[in-house]
Design a protein around this ligand. Structure first.
Ligand code: SF4
Length: 420
């Protein structure tokens, strides 16, 4: 799909350019040394863009210093500020970051006010020559959008089009759009709908594609590759992130596998080297699209080192569920606990349940809103405490971390017994 070209620092994003593989820091932004070190490692591992969370104005200042340190080391990988809820922080970030990721609908509870703030933000980006990403997620569409359009893939695309139209009206073309979801079917349909709407509008912005809260390990990789490879085969996707609840360095080889398979000239040293991982990614890309589009109903694939590969592929494409569906955010500077270890404990303790969706989220600020259609949520509050959710309702608050996994199991078990 032919798109505009967006310039982020020295990196060009769009159909005339190779797919850009990106990732995000999971260090606290205020810990400048740790974040600079992580950025160095990510840049060396091939990150085309590095996103950093900026929950406060102090974090914006820290991001500016981090970028300056990196530049003084000769590392010019563009730095993207990740902003939620605050137009003030977004405007401040324009001055120090190469690109700012926002969800404009979250700028203000009052939609008309959010539009005004978004317009001011675009003026600021124009003045400083910066790029933006309009990033909507299925889990956090907001009441205004759901009331107006429903909670569907088309609603996500329509919601994005409102902000895209504002960009066009203001002649602002340095924007990338994303519509992530943890549900692979919803994610793929949302991007397809968006591509169609932008083509009908006659202005096609580049898109950043990814499955949000994909989890970790084999499942996270397979889920991401099933959905992202489907879109890349259809010419949708100019930059990718494979979000894993792991060290962000591990996201990059998977992103490079996808990018090199569907467009990027192969870059030595950045793709996966482990034979098992390559077999897993290949199977996800080979079978993902035929399963998602229902061209096939089953797969006949055997990789001895991955005995449950068939089950994982079918579950990733949402054709058959053999275990709980897990949603876990990748973690970022807002995460105040060991997310990866906790997620693995939750998976181990709940693997016997079927037909439920369990979310494990890194922070209480965005986690609950991003859990989408999870039946249960484990959300870290920080300071060693956890809140457990049933659907969108917090049912057990401030539980000590060392008791939280067993409390979650008790909660699910007692709900099941009550239903009998
Ligand atoms: S939900 Fe996870 S990735 Fe999102 S802001 Fe919170 S900790 Fe970061």
């Amino acid at each position: 799909m032919k798109t505009l070209t967006v310039k982020v620092g020295d990196v060009l994003i769009g159909s005339e350019h190779p797919i850009v593989v990106q990732t995000m820091c999971n260090t606290p932004t205020s810990d400048i040394d740790a974040t600079v070190s992580q950025c160095r490692r990510l840049a060396a591992a091939g990150a085309g863009l590095i996103r950093i969370t900026t929950p406060s104005l102090q974090d914006v200042e820290a991001l500016g210093r981090i970028r300056t340190f990196l530049h003084s080391d000769g590392i010019t990988t563009p730095i993207v500020a990740d902003v939620h809820f605050s137009a003030e922080i977004a405007k401040a970030a324009v001055k120090v970051a190469d690109k700012v990721r926002i969800n404009p609908g979250n700028f203000h509870a009052d939609h008309a006010r959010a539009r005004v703030l978004f317009g001011e933000f675009l003026d600021e980006c124009k003045e400083y020559g910066k790029a933006i990403r309009i990033g909507l997620n299925h889990g956090s569409l907001g009441k205004y959008i759901i009331d107006r359009f429903g909670n569907t893939p088309e609603a996500m695309a329509l919601a994005a089009m409102e902000w895209i139209d504002m960009c066009i009206e203001k002649e602002f073309y340095n924007a990338v759009i994303s519509l992530k979801a943890s549900n692979t079917v919803v994610m793929v349909e949302a991007y397809r709908a968006l591509a169609k709407m932008m083509q009908q509008r006659g202005v096609v912005y580049p898109v950043h594609v990814g499955v949000t809260e994909a989890g970790n390990g084999d499942s996270g990789r397979i889920k991401s590759c099933v959905a992202i490879s489907t879109l890349l085969q259809e010419g949708i996707g100019n930059t990718v992130r494979v979000s894993l609840t792991e060290d962000p360095e591990k996201e990059l080889p998977v992103g490079y596998y996808l990018a090199s398979r569907y467009g990027l000239p192969v870059q030595e040293g950045f793709g996966p080297t482990d034979e098992r991982e390559i077999a897993l990614l290949k199977a996800a890309c080979d079978y993902g699209r035929p399963l998602l589009t229902r061209e096939i109903d089953d797969v006949d694939v055997t990789v001895p080192s991955i005995p449950n590969l068939r089950d994982e592929l079918l579950q990733a494409a949402r054709r058959r569920f053999y275990k709980p569906e897990y949603i876990a955010c990748p973690g970022c500077g807002r995460t105040k606990y060991d997310l990866e270890t906790t997620f693995n404990k939750v998976k181990e303790a709940t693997s016997g349940f079927k037909d439920i969706v369990i979310a494990v989220m890194g922070c209480i600020v965005n986690g609950p809103g991003e859990m989408a259609d999870a039946d249960y949520g484990y959300v870290g509050e920080g300071a060693g405490k956890v809140t457990l959710y049933r659907k969108k309702d917090p049912v057990l608050r401030h539980i000590p971390e060392n008791e939280a996994v067993s409390k979650l199991v008790e909660l699910i078990t007692s709900d099941r017994e009550e239903r009998r």
